[in-house]
Design a protein. Structure first.
Length: 622
């Protein structure tokens, strides 16, 4: 393939759009009341929520085109998505408030998505395409009463794009970029992303179909001289259909197929140390489901059901083939009493299967109840309980109490909030019966989370909050020579601070800082200190630019050559983004430069990280 000098094209493009700037409007804007959903499943004003909820809007996603879901989430407080800065096919680990993947639950359009064959039963975020996403909400802290097993440190709710109200509408996006290390700045085109969508509404029928693909080459997973490149390729297909049977009855259905293939490096004999190898990894997921909904005067009855089929294969000296299935049904009734009491009662059923030496399975049948009280004098209470019924581990009651109190202050509000919540995390099938280190005698992990914080917000665009969290883990599942329960309880605590300023229509400033500490023991790759800051500026309605900063403090990682732990140095990254709409709401050009100062660092000991890289993109909406 002919190489492309992306840096030269970027310089030319930025020079041309400079002529398109218009007069800056610095008029102050009044912020509308932000609405959050995931912490209660009701649309509530942020001031009535007692949780730390991060909302990534459609606009923010549009201002981060060219990034992955992992890269975008990784800029938020309390979150470290390890592997998102490395070679494209690198395993992703989500560390939130000192926990790991098995303590984070991912939802797509409100329904949990898992892979029972993976060690932590998580959704592999490498399968997803950010260009199919409308918005993301992240609840930090325990949410097991509403969402069940694994929702101990966070719930990430991904809402996919909806059909246009027009009869037919479409969009096309393409991104070309470099994919290079700190030592090899050749600025050749090595990553390519495309996404096309057709959608619309015909009377009571709506439809959306999309296809996306991504290919990246140029980097080796192992950081070594003359190492071979490890390419990554992925494609995504998605279909959503909706039909309004009557004013009260709505039926939605979806189907998706996602697959990626990547070259990886491994641990060959006889040294069994990490090295450049010819290993490969393939993962594919087919998923379909239905969501009928019946609405009545003060509430609604809804059933969300989905079936997933997952196939994974590792081709290496220690290769394996994994086949897994999951079937999830969530049926619930929501009812509102006089805009004061919001109640939801439901039952969640899940059936997970995975093939190892034999096919193994388990089921969960969980009835749950959650109540939200919103008073007219500032007191708000969110409380719930869930009765986990696990086919192998019996019954376990989890519960949560989340009070908050808000009061009007000038043109906004001040809020104090706290919560006490328990969580239950059953061992996963891979930990019990998998190919490596399986232990069928594992006990469930139990978590207790306490948090408390303050928030101030006004209608002129300023918001600041801070929260302290403390989580105690019993029977923590760890890996030594095999999976086992830790003999001592672990306690993780810390605090988060967030601030956002939108005082004028053309400037957005946000920043966050997180302190995370394990009181006893060691947690790998989790920074004690992490900070993010972003400054966005609208030169005019059609021109936008931003600069983003990230600091990641020192972390502990294992050197697999010596099997000793080592301290990784802290690092700082600066990214730039620029977009220009050629035809308003129709055609947009955008460009980004990541790791502007070409910082050289280890994200994971022994693995390659990305150096300075450039992306150019085009987005067309019809």
């Amino acid at each position: 393939m002919k190489k492309v000098n992306v840096f030269g094209i970027l310089y030319l493009g930025l020079s041309m759009v400079g002529f398109a700037q218009q007069k800056v409007d610095s008029t102050k804007v009044e912020q509308l009341d932000e609405v959050v959903v995931t912490d209660s499943r009701f649309k509530l004003k942020r001031e009535n929520s007692g949780k730390m909820v991060i909302k990534i809007s459609k606009k923010e996603i549009e201002n981060n085109q060219g990034r992955s879901i992992s890269e975008l989430i990784n800029t938020k407080s309390g979150i470290e998505i390890n592997g998102s800065r490395s070679v494209e096919g690198q395993n992703i680990s989500g560390f939130i408030r000192g926990g790991n993947n098995r303590q984070v639950l991912v939802l797509i359009d409100g329904l949990q998505v898992n892979d029972p064959s993976l060690v932590n039963n998580e959704l592999d975020l490498r399968l997803l395409d950010l260009n199919t996403v409308e918005s993301i909400e992240i609840i930090k802290g325990a949410a097991s009463t509403l969402y069940g097993n694994a929702a101990a440190t966070a719930v990430i709710n991904i809402t996919t794009k909806k059909a246009s109200l027009k009869q037919i509408s479409g969009s096309f996006l393409t991104v070309v970029g470099t994919n290079q290390t700190q030592d090899d700045l050749n600025y050749n085109g090595a990553s390519f992303t495309n996404n096309v969508s057709v959608n619309g509404s015909l009377n009571k029928f709506s439809y959306l179909a999309s296809f996306g693909n991504r290919y990246a080459d140029g980097l080796s997973a192992a950081k070594a001289d003359n190492a071979e490149k490890d390419p990554f390729s992925r494609f995504n297909t998605n279909l959503k259909l909706g039909y309004e049977i009557s004013d009260a009855i709505q039926l939605d259905a979806f189907a998706s197929y996602d697959k990626f293939k990547t070259d990886i490096d491994g641990f060959p004999a006889p040294t069994y140390t990490f090295a450049d190898t010819n290993d490969k990894y393939i993962s594919e997921q087919a998923r379909f489901g239905i969501a009928p909904k019946f609405s009545y005067e003060k509430g609604s009855i809804q059933i969300n059901a989905a079936y997933s089929k997952i196939n994974r294969e590792t081709i290496s000296e220690f290769g394996s083939i994994n086949e897994a299935e999951s079937f999830v049904v969530d049926a619930f009734n929501k009812y509102v009493f006089n805009e004061t009491f919001y109640t939801i009662i439901g039952v969640n059923y899940s059936d997970y299967k995975s093939k190892f030496a034999d096919e193994e399975s388990y089921t969960n049948t969980d009835p749950y109840l959650n109540v939200v009280y919103v008073s007219d004098f500032g007191l708000n209470i969110n409380a719930g309980t869930r009765f986990n019924n696990h086919s192998a581990y019996g019954s376990q009651l989890v519960y949560s109490l989340n009070p908050s109190f808000s009061m009007p202050v000038n043109s906004g509000y001040a809020k104090i909030f706290g919560s006490y919540a328990t969580s239950f995390i059953a061992p996963n099938l891979s930990q019990l019966f998998g190919f490596f280190g399986a232990n069928p005698d594992l006990k469930p992990e139990e978590n207790v989370t306490i948090e408390g914080g303050l928030e101030f917000s006004n209608r002129n665009g300023f918001r600041v909050n801070g929260v302290y969290f403390n989580r105690k883990e019993e029977n923590t599942i760890i890996y030594t020579t095999a999976y086992e329960n830790a003999t001592e309880d672990a306690t993780v605590h810390g605090f988060e601070v967030e601030a956002e300023l939108k005082t004028i229509t053309d400037v957005t400033l946000s920043a966050n800082y997180t302190f995370t500490e394990l009181k006893d023991g060691v947690r790998l790759r989790i920074p004690k200190h992490k900070a993010n800051a972003s400054l966005g500026y609208n030169f005019c309605d059609n021109t936008y630019a931003s600069v983003n900063y990230q600091f990641v403090g020192s972390r502990t990682d294992t050197n697999f050559s010596t099997f000793a732990n080592e301290e990784l140095e802290s690092f700082s990254l600066i990214d730039l983004y620029f977009s220009q709409k050629i035809i308003k709401n129709k055609v947009k050009l955008f460009a980004s430069v990541t790791n502007v100062f070409n910082e050289d660092y280890f994200e994971i000991l022994g693995y390659t990280t990305k150096g300075r890289n450039v992306n150019l993109g085009l987005n067309v909406n019809l």
